[in-house]
Write a protein that binds this ligand. Sequence first.
Ligand SMILES: Nc1ncnc2c1ncn2[C@@H]1O[C@H](COP(=O)(O)OP(=O)(O)OP(=O)(O)O)[C@@H](O)[C@H]1O
Ligand SMILES: [Mg+2]
Length: 280
Amino acid sequence: MQPPGGPPQKLALPNIHHVIAVASGKGGVGKSTVAANLALALAQISPPGKGEMGGVGLLDADIYGPSVPIMLGVREVVDQRTTPLPLERYGLKLMSMGFLVPPVQAVIWRGPMVHRALVQFLTDINWGQLDYLVIDLPPGTGDAQFTLTQTAPLSGAVIVTTPQDVALIDARKGLEMFRQVRVPVLGIVENMSYFQGEDGKRVHLFGHGGGQKLAAEAGVPFLGEIPIDPRVSECGDQGEPIVHKYPDSGVAKAYQALAATVIEQLGRTDKGPELPEVQL
Ligand SMILES: Nc1ncnc2c1ncn2[C@@H]1O[C@H](COP(=O)(O)OP(=O)(O)OP(=O)(O)O)[C@@H](O)[C@H]1O
Ligand SMILES: [Mg+2]
């Protein structure tokens, strides 16, 4: 794994042990779902007070189309005078643009505003001590990706894909972006890999092995497969992710395995020397 040499101006987040970006070049492959459930699975392994530092945060970097409020059951804009941020749900610390403004309002935001908002989310929010901060990125390679790869001390990126060729092409683009800015790619996770019927048989609805092949081609680890389960979207819509609502389901087990693999990969990734703090 290459160390994040990157541009030398990174924010210092001394209370956050690992910052993990969940990304993909393509929309709708399940980044937000993976980010939320991975964060919950990490929190099961690393609850507050247990680890060296303890605690897991989830930062929604999708300014234009935040998913964290709905997926984690925050239905209304938060009154910051009475409700401290980050919010807490299911043991996770959460921050999203959707907590501050109604979704329609963020549409008019431009690059520099997105940049400022994300920097503030990282530095002005009282995250406390965290073992892991999982960042849910919007699709593509736009403003949020640029800001975070340039300014956040990312330990690594998890690239989400689905098995279809079209998703794999975009996942490759996402992967390449992190490589170019020298953020370690922790690996590829294939979402919606297969459907497992009651007879235990796996049906590969969208093809098979694409994520694994991409990982091999790119020389990065394959982190695992997450099955398709209609309860995933039901849980997302109802505001209680499947890892929390159905911890014994096959999907939840896949996420628990993913969390363990991500931790293993983080252990292998040399974070490199601390970079100097900068005032933005
Ligand atoms: N394993 C799965 N099984 C069934 N449904 C899933 C699974 N993973 C994700 N979904 C559903 O797919 C839809 C898209 O997921 P999600 O919003 O997480 O994707 P995304 O990549 O974050 O999208 P965007 O690019 O718009 O941010 C959601 O309705 C979600 O519930
Ligand atoms: Mg999303």
